[in-house]
Design a protein around this ligand. Structure first.
Ligand code: IDP
Ligand code: MG
Length: 163
C-alpha cells in the first residue's frame, strides 16, 4: 500500500456548503478512487483561520479571507491515494474559478476568486518547513479522528493490487 497512502487535506468552504455542493464534491473524490479517511462538518474559528492561512498574512485579501472562511460551516476532509496532493489539486482547478477549465471543481461551480468553493493542500515548496498536507491535516484533525481502513475496490483502482 505504500505508494497509495499519500494524504491530502480538502475543505468545502462556506460558499460550497451553503450552495449544497458537499455531496457532489465528495462524490468526485470517491469516484476517482481516493479513500476518505477523515471528515468533519465544523465551524472554523478565528485562530484556526489565521493558522491555516498564515502564509497569506499581510496580503490585501487576508482579512477578507479569514472573515469568509469563518462566516459559516465548512466540510473538512482527508483523502488518501496515489499522488493524492497533486491529483486533488488538478481536480480542484486554478485558484481563480474564472481560469479553471470545465471539469474542475472550481471551473464547474465557481465564477469568483473570493468564493472559490473549495480548499485543497498545495504541493510542498522550498519555503515550506513542513509539507502543507501534513500541516493542514494536523491543524484540523486529531490523529484518532483519522480512520485506518481498507478500501476493497483498491484492487480495481490500482493494477498492482489486483493479484
Ligand atoms: P489556493 O486556494 O488555490 O491554494 P492561494 O493562493 O493559496 O490559493 O489562496 C488561498 C485562498 O485565498 C484562495 O483559495 C482564495 O479563496 C483566496 N484568495 C487568493 N488570492 C485572492 C485574491 O487576490 N483576492 C481574494 N481572495 C484571494
Ligand atoms: Mg493555497
Amino acid at each position: 500500500m505504500s505508494h497509495h497512502d499519500e494524504r491530502t487535506f480538502v475543505m468545502v468552504k462556506p460558499d460550497g456548503v451553503q450552495r449544497g455542493l458537499v455531496g457532489d464534491i465528495v462524490s468526485r473524490f470517491e469516484a476517482r478512487g481516493l479513500k476518505l479517511v477523515g471528515a468533519k462538518f465544523m465551524q472554523v474559528d478565528d485562530d484556526l483561520a489565521h493558522d491555516h492561512y498564515g502564509e497569506h498574512e499581510g496580503k490585501p485579501f487576508f482579512e477578507g479571507l479569514v472573515e469568509f472562511i469563518t462566516s459559516g460551516p465548512v466540510f473538512a476532509m482527508v483523502w488518501e491515494g496515489a499522488d493524492a496532493v497533486r491529483q486533488v489539486r488538478s481536480m480542484v482547478g486554478e485558484t481563480d474559478p474564472a481560469d479553471s477549465p470545465p471539469g474542475t471543481i472550481r471551473g464547474d461551480y465557481g465564477l469568483d476568486l473570493g468564493h472559490n468553493v473549495i480548499h485543497a493542500s498545495a504541493p510542498m515548496e522550498d519555503e515550506d518547513d513542513v509539507p502543507p498536507n501534513e500541516r493542514e491535516i494536523g491543524l484540523f484533525f486529531d490523529e484518532e479522528e483519522l480512520v485506518d481502513w481498507g478500501l476493497d475496490s483498491a484492487a480495481w483502482i490500482y493494477e498492482e493490487e489486483s493479484h
